[in-house]
Design a protein around this ligand. Structure first.
Ligand code: PMP
Length: 400
C-alpha cells in the first residue's frame, strides 16, 4: 500500500522490457535444452589453474591494488599496459586515453549517460547488439539504422546530426558480419567530417577464423605522435579473450571523452574490481591470452564448421545464411516471409533448443524474420542435434 504511488513507474519499466528477451535469457535453466541463444564462450577454454595462481599472487603481493578502493580510472599499471598494447604506428596512446570499466557493458552504459541526451539520435549498425539497446533505453533514443553492407550506403549522411555512431565491426553481434576495410576508412572519415563520436565495440576482435585481422578504426583514425584526440571511442573486453566472469573491459578515446566517462563511473560503481584488474594485468603481461588463443580459435572454427554443415543438412530451403569468418554467431533469415521468429522461439523451446529471435536486436522490435545462432558453447554433436530440433520447430512454427 505504502508504495502504490510508485507502482505505475515500475509497471511501465517492466512493460517496456521485451518478454522475448526474458524468455531466452532464462532458457539456460531448462534441463536438457540445447542453448544456442547466448553469446557464451566454452568454459573449458578458461585457463582456470593459471588464473587461480595469479589471483593468489595478486592478493598476497599487492593487497593495496586488490583489496582497497582503487582509482576511478582503473589501476595505472593496467591503463599503461592497455595503452601500449593498442598503440600502433601512427596511433599514440597514453594512460589518459584509457578507462578501465566493469565489462564492456559498463562502457556502453557510461556512453549513454555522457554522450546521449533524452531522445537523442544514434546512428547504429543494424541490427544492433541487444545489450547496447538495453543500456541506452532509459534515454529513449531515436535510432537511424546503418546497413553498412548495402550498396549506396552513405556514411556522412548516416552520421550527420547523430550524437554518436555505434558499430561492432568485427563479427557483429548479432549478424556475425565483418565490416570491410573500405567501410572502416569511410566511417572514420565521416566521423571526422561530421564531428560525430564513433563507438567501435570490439569484443570479438581476436576471434578471426579465416584470414588476417583488419585494422581497428581506432588505429585508422590515429594522427601520429601526439596523444590520441580522434573521434573513435574503442571498447574492448576480456570476456571473450579470457573469461567473462572477470568483468574487465576498457574504453580507449580522446582524453576529454575519458574524463567525462570517469565522472559518470563515479556515480555507478566507484571503481572496477582491483583484484580482477591486477589479474588481468598479470595475465596480459605473462602472455596468457596469446597462449590460449590458438586453441580457442581451433575449437571455435571447428564448431562454426559443424554448425554450418548441420544447417546445410537440415535448414536448407528453410533459411538463408552466410558463413561468418569469425566471432560467435550465425545469422539466418527465414525463406518463409510469414514466419515470425518470436513464435519460432516458443516452438524451439518446446522442441528443446533455444535461439535468439531478431526482434530483440531491432529497437522497434519489427524485424521478425531472422534468428541468431551461437556456435561456441556446444560441441559438434550437440550443435547437430540442436539444428535438427530447430528444423522441426521451424516447420511447426510455419504451419501455425
Ligand atoms: N558488446 C557486444 C557486441 C557484446 O556482444 C558483448 C557481450 N555479449 C558486450 C559488448 C559486453 O561484454 P562484457 O560486458 O562481458 O565485456
Amino acid at each position: 500500500m505504502a508504495h502504490s504511488v510508485q507502482r505505475p513507474k515500475l509497471a511501465r519499466w517492466l512493460a517496456e522490457t521485451n518478454d522475448v528477451t526474458q524468455t531466452f535469457l532464462s532458457a539456460g535453466l531448462i534441463p536438457g535444452l540445447i542453448n544456442m541463444a547466448g553469446g557464451l564462450p566454452e568454459p573449458t577454454t578458461w585457463p582456470a589453474s593459471d588464473l587461480s595462481t595469479l589471483a593468489a599472487k595478486a592478493v598476497s603481493e599487492h593487497p593495496g591494488d586488490t583489496l582497497a578502493y582503487g582509482p576511478l580510472e582503473g589501476l595505472p599499471i593496467l591503463r599503461d599496459l592497455i595503452a601500449a598494447r593498442f598503440s600502433a604506428p601512427g596511433l599514440s596512446l597514453t594512460r589518459e586515453n584509457v578507462l578501465i570499466t566493469t565489462g564492456g557493458m559498463q562502457a556502453l552504459d557510461l556512453i549513454g549517460k555522457v554522450l546521449l541526451d533524452q531522445g537523442g539520435l544514434i546512428a547504429a549498425q543494424s541490427p544492433a547488439y541487444l545489450g547496447a539497446l538495453d543500456a541506452w533505453k532509459p534515454r529513449h533514443p531515436t535510432y537511424r539504422p546503418m546497413y553498412l553492407e548495402r550498396e549506396g550506403f552513405d556514411p556522412v549522411a548516416a552520421l550527420r546530426g547523430a550524437q554518436f555512431a555505434y558499430t561492432v565491426p568485427n563479427f557483429s553481434n548479432p549478424t556475425g558480419r565483418l565490416v570491410g576495410l573500405e567501410d572502416r576508412h569511410q566511417l572514420v572519415a565521416a566521423a571526422e567530417a561530421t564531428g560525430t563520436w564513433l563507438v567501435e565495440d570490439d569484443p570479438y576482435g581476436t576471434l578471426y577464423y579465416d584470414g588476417a585481422p583488419l585494422p581497428r578504426m581506432l588505429t585508422l583514425s590515429g594522427k601520429g605522435d601526439s596523444t590520441y584526440e580522434g573521434p573513435v571511442v574503442y571498447l574492448g573486453t576480456l570476456s571473450k579473450e579470457l573469461a567473462p566472469g572477470f568483468r574487465i573491459g576498457w574504453a580507449i578515446a580522446a582524453p576529454e571523452v575519458i574524463r567525462a566517462l570517469v565522472t559518470a563511473k563515479q556515480g555507478s560503481d566507484m571503481c572496477t574490481s582491483g583484484l580482477c584488474q591486477r589479474i588481468a594485468h598479470d595475465a596480459f603481461a605473462a602472455g596468457l591470452t596469446e597462449r590460449i588463443l590458438p586453441n580457442v580459435l581451433a575449437l571455435y572454427r571447428l564448431r562454426r564448421d559443424a554448425l554450418c554443415a548441420a544447417m546445410a543438412d537440415h535448414l536448407h530451403g528453410l533459411f538463408d545464411w552466410e558463413v561468418p569468418s569469425g566471432g560467435m554467431f550465425v545469422w539466418a533469415t527465414a525463406r518463409d516471409p510469414e514466419l515470425n521468429t518470436d513464435v519460432l522461439l516458443r516452438e524451439a523451446l518446446a522442441h528443446g533448443v533455444c535461439i535468439t529471435p531478431s526482434s530483440v536486436f531491432d529497437p522497434e522490435g519489427r524485424n521478425r524474420r531472422s534468428i541468431r545462432i551461437n556456435f561456441t558453447l556446444n560441441d559438434p554433436d550437440k550443435l547437430a542435434e540442436g539444428v535438427r530440433r530447430l528444423a522441426k520447430a521451424t516447420l511447426a512454427a510455419s504451419a501455425k
